[in-house]
Write a protein that binds this ligand. Sequence first.
Ligand code: ACO
Length: 430
Amino acid sequence: MSQDTYRLINPAGDEMELPVRKGTVGPDVIDVAKLYKTKGVFTYDPGFVSTGSCESDITFIDGEKGVLMYRGYPVEQLAAHSNFIEVSYLLLHGDLPTSAELESFDDTIRTHTMLNEGMLNFFKGFRYDAHPMAMLSAVVGSMSAYYHDEMDSSNPDHRDIFAHRILAKLPTIAAAAHKLNIGQPFMYPRNDLSYAENLLHMLFAVPAEPYEIDPIAAEALDLLFILHADHEQNCSTSTVRMAGSSGANPYSAIAAGISALWGPAHGGANEAVLTMLKEIGDVSQIGKYVEKAKDKNDPFRLMGFGHRVYKNFDPRATIIRDMCHKVLAKLDRKDTPLFDLAQELEQVALKDDYFIEKNLYPNVDFYSGIIYKALGIPTSMFTVMFALGRSVGWTAHWREMISDPAGKIARPRQLYVGAPQRDYKQIEER
Ligand code: ACO
């Protein structure tokens, strides 16, 4: 890694050379780590808009060009030729597997899908209408209690076992949450099925009759998992890294990531898009809602539009829109009007000066909900689906963070704007 410098001059003419670090691709970063020690000032960047928080070799995004690569492979190529298990191996291990490596990895994930039977008791404690994201976060957090003994973060074998358990058991937990919501018996996993097929089985099968898995549904889910698998230092991944940086149990760090993902500004947007489309209801109402989104005094935003990093287009949205056509053509035509409405809304917004000037394009979640809905997955489960895909990214980042010898606890500073020192007053003097 070659080094350059960046010169900082304060109003008094005091100069400082800051090292500039260059990655393999993408913008340089100015290394400000020694700024406070040498000059006594902090940098200020709420929301980390211009701040790199770590060095990483997992995922690269060029937001201006709409590029997304996992370990150097463009997401379009992975979406066209790979599958979620192979992509998971790639993210966790850094390279595409040989066929023997893939077979062994696939076998490991397939044979770790069952939960400790005691974990199922957690679900008995939730109300029937508990949100599945709340249950997912709580039950994944409980894995820190079930698997504490095999979780020495400095042991590479334990780190592998952790990754396998997260990947293999999250679909089982997610499906159990769904079954609780709809009052059906929990379905045990089937290890003869692929990752997506097994999830469909656990979500939709019932013990009373055979369930036939639709190959298009499995294909669509697998594609969505690939597209959601990682997205560099996004809010939930940064949360996992931050929680994990204290040396906390990694299952708890993943539970923290799930909680962060739930918000409507992040993974919760897929649920919010469907709610929004239902509220808009008809193409004749699009103009009214686009105006609402542009109105500074109205809190309404076009959900599924805009992204912190993508200022051109989100390559995942394009791939998902194509899959939407395929799924609706084969599966559930009754959702076609919703898809037509979404496409029309996209066209209107893309031609509007407000959205053009602010570089607001559909993001990954604009069309994903339409696919989930056509597959029969309820709206409250949409963000859970996102979490299943992203779980491998969180795990890969936790492993990278914890094995970095230069790793430090994440501990930002602040600009304090509160009261200066003052003396305590007795209650009768206030
Ligand atoms: N509708 C209307 N206006 C928008 C939208 C939107 N969806 N998104 C951004 N804007 C406007 C803002 O009002 C702001 O305007 P201003 O400059 O006049 O104040 C400008 O565009 C920039 O927006 P910010 O919120 O400052 O951009 P930021 O990078 O912080 O936020 C975010 C990105 C959170 C994704 C935002 O675009 C948003 O809220 N989108 C809707 C929610 C959504 O789809 N989230 C999913 C993101 S993808 C993911 O996490 C998986």
